[in-house]
Structures are given as structure tokens and as C-alpha cells.
Design a protein around this ligand. Sequence first.
Ligand code: UVW
Length: 315
Amino acid sequence: AQAAAPNPAPPRMAETPWWPSKWGANDEAGASNHITPEKVLEAVRSIRDGRIYKLGRDYEAAMPLFGTRAFALRIPGAPTGGPFGENKLVYNDEFLATEIGQVGTQFDGLGHIGIQMGRDGDKSEMRFYNGVTGAEMLDANGLKKNGVEKIKPLFTRGHLVDIQAVRGRMLDAGEEISLADVRAALQRQNMQESDIRPGDAIFFHTGWGSLWMKNNDRYNSGEPGIGLEVARWVIERDLCLTGADTWAVEVVPNPDKNLAFVVHAELQTKHGIHNHENLVFDQLLADRKYQFVYIFAPTPIKGATGSSGCPIAVT
Ligand code: UVW
């Protein structure tokens, strides 16, 4: 009797090389290159009342974590040292065990997402931003290329679109934000699409963030977000960054069941456009502030895949 034929390999998506980057064959800074002195001054000119809004969440062990990610903070010794001197000084340090760039409010660096081209597991066929291969980049002690320390500090105009307000309810997991939704939100907010300029940042409010620390299982189970339609609009408008009140910014699961995190790959890997996740917009929305200056300097941990930290909006 003849042995059963092995299952055929699933078809691999055809990928057209996306490199070299428009910022140069050796570039590792991606869309942060948009932040020129002129762009900073343009953003400064949009400041009206000098109010600062925190867009970041507190980091804590009980926060929702994607997959097997972990977060544990310890104060060794508590107190860690002392007393010293006649003044009896004591001090505390913290020890943190976590995927520091990929938990809580997180900025994705350009070494975070790649695409396996060729044979699975072949690092020379695994490509990241600017065509850098897994073989060139990956190292257990930190990325040798595309580390988050290469990203330039971000200071640019930010635009918030309230998709929840357009739909009249929180969006659900697997619900894609369409370009029509974005345009409807802009219209509702009296904003012009033409006012969203190259190098600006765009943020999507879905309402999903209201589940944070209230229903972490549901929060982690999937999320509403943008799909390839809006991602292509972001690329066309030549924006610097996307962000949302969700853990991936993009729709999960993707309505096309064959695709996984395809917006991450389209924006970050192929176009060097940055992504900021698990943001909070509550106060901006309460104050009806939809345009602001977005400010964030990724923590320059050499070879890291992303950055924690607290981005701010200044209005
Ligand atoms: C993945 O790492 C897949 O997603 P995120 O960037 O949303 O954490």
C-alpha cells in the first residue's frame, strides 16, 4: 500500500521586496525621520493652551498582557540599602522582569515585526524593516540592527479620531475601522482630512480601553482596529505613527482569517511607520481636544524591540 501524501504546505503570500527604505538603504530610524526642525516648529505653532495630557497607562502586574508576556517588579531588600552615615540614609532600587518594550503602553520598534519569506525558520529569509534579515539582526543579547535606540525622539502634530462616537458604542473584537468611519469621525469633529499632513500621527479611539483592568480576559481576547484599508491611507498620507486604545491598533482577529497582524507588517516592516499601543484618551475626549502635539522619546535600550514610557499630548 502507498503511504499517504503529506499535507501540502499552505500557500505563502507573495511579497514584493519593500527595501531599500525611502530614507536610505542603511536607515534604522524609519518614519521618525519626519521629525525635522521645521516639523517640530509646525507642531509648536499648533499649541493653544499649554495643557499636558498623559496618554500612557500605569504599569502593574495585573495589567492585561499579550500571550506569555510577564511583568514582575521587586524592591530588593526593601529597603535595598543603608542605613548609611550618621544621617542614616536608606535607599530603594527596583528589579523589573518583563518584556520591557512590549507590555502596557508600548511603542513598537522596527525590529519587532518581520516576515518569514522563503523556508520557515530560515533566518536569512526572514526580513525586517529596510530588508534587514533575521540572520543580520537577531541576537539573544539584543537586536544588532533596528534596535529601538535608533528611533529619533518624536514631536509632531497628533490627530485623534473618535470612532466610538461615530458608531455610538464601543467597537467589538474583530470589528474593522473603515476609511468611511475615519472620514465620518473627522467630519463629526469638524476636522479636514487635508489638515493631516506628512509626518503627523493619527490615533484611533474605539472604546476598547474601557475594558483595561476591568475585564482583562475580554481585552486580550481580540480587539477592534484598523485593517489594510486604513493602513494604506496612513501610508498614502505619509504619516509617522498610528496609535489606539487597544493592544495592537489593528483589528484582531482580522476579518480575513488567513491574515495575522498584517497591519503591523504593512506599516512597520514595509514602511517604517511607528505604532503606539494601549493608550488612554479619556481626558482629551472629555475636553473635546482632537488635535495636539504628540511627544515621545523611546527609552534607548540598545537592541530592544520597543519601548515602555508615557507619551504625552500638549494642546
Ligand atoms: C505582537 O507582538 C504580535 O503584537 P503587539 O505589537 O501588538 O504587542
